[in-house]
Design a protein around this ligand. Sequence first.
Ligand code: F0G
Length: 439
Amino acid sequence: MKTMSNTLIGTHVLRCVHCGTIQDKVDRLFRCSECSELLEVIYPDWAEATPESSVRLKKLWQERRLSTAAEDVSGVWRYRELLPRVEPHNIVTMSEGNTPVVLLKKAARSLRLPHLLVKHQGMNPTGSFKDTGISAAISMAKAEGFSWVGCASTGNTSASVAAYAAHAEMKSLVFLPAGQVSSGKLAQALEYGATVVQLRTDFDGCLKLLHEVVQRFPAYLLNSVNPYRLEGQKTVAFELMEQLNWSVPDHVIVPGGNLGNSSALGKGFLEMLELGLISTVPKLSIIQAAGANPLVRTMRENGGKELIQVNAETRATAIRIGNPASWRKAVAVLKNTGGTAEEVSEEEISLAKAELGAEGIGCEPASATTLAGLKKLVRSGFVKTSESVVLVLTGHMLKDVDYMLKAVDYKAQGDRFLGPIEADAGAVVRTLERIYAGN
Ligand code: F0G
């Protein structure tokens, strides 16, 4: 295996996203010592990047695909030159990333788009995009000697945190809004061995409480306010560009909840631009449920200056968030990539999800906001019919089975959800012939 010394890597520092202060040391909440805003990871040594170093990086990452070393197989740590340095024995990985890019044929036809793809992050080890970020941040926790990690969650983060903690032989504490997490995600957290605390509040209340608790209980905070989470999640942009043979799509569309993921993807693309790995960035657009639309309102009503909080309500429970922590980062990504924020109704989400399903592409409701949003963006002319689009699907279809069975009345479709009828071949064939005669 090659060493990192012939490429770009340097040490990282943490900088405030608001006042720009470089932090001497970080507190447990990862907040700026001057103004209490969020921090981001930056790499001062990258100033020395040259065209040759970007060519070298692409080649090195390509070569690693032939390696069987855990840190090369990981779709996060394969790109470690652009990540905070972690000693190999502290890297916690379960081969996260490595997710497929798939063509959407029917939707492309009906929207008249030449090139419509999904990047399916639901194909991660615990079934959501969270695994890339958790791999990065929990590795930092391990390096710092923590034995407990903690998160507040609408479900997916908790599943991921619980799994990675178990894998690393650490303990996990998760705060969930009682009664508002899909049973599949709750079952995951329990099965992976987390200590699960259901709280009589919403996600925003859970996160606020966790902030208080980690100052009194020695758990390492793994929500996306932790800037190392975003470092893991930004690698999706690198992997996508490799899969597209470094041909930059015109648009990338992601769902928005706490706004960590959109911030991370934007960071990934902008860093590749800075390093000369790509020469332009896609417009990165963020879609929220209309009932949980703080970013959309913030952009619409004050151009991104002040966050407008909302009381969130949506059946896409993963993104039922009214006070998104990373809103400043997301606003910067919209501005720096030329993307937009859009909202979609419950009906639009449910229809888009069924349409994806009918193409053989399962995802959870929050992920389907991307297709629903794309339809609106095509109608408004923001996405032109000559342009290429990648939708980022964030969670696996089986995360929220109840949603599907409630959203679509399969019985009413009459001809493809049959029975109960007698378990008798004659009866079955007669039924099929009656329905499909002539087809
Ligand atoms: N899609 C899914 C499936 C999610 O689980 C989430 C967030 C998002 C999109 C939004 O991503 O918060 O980075 O803007 N889920 C978090 C959780 C909040 O706790 O699992 P975001």
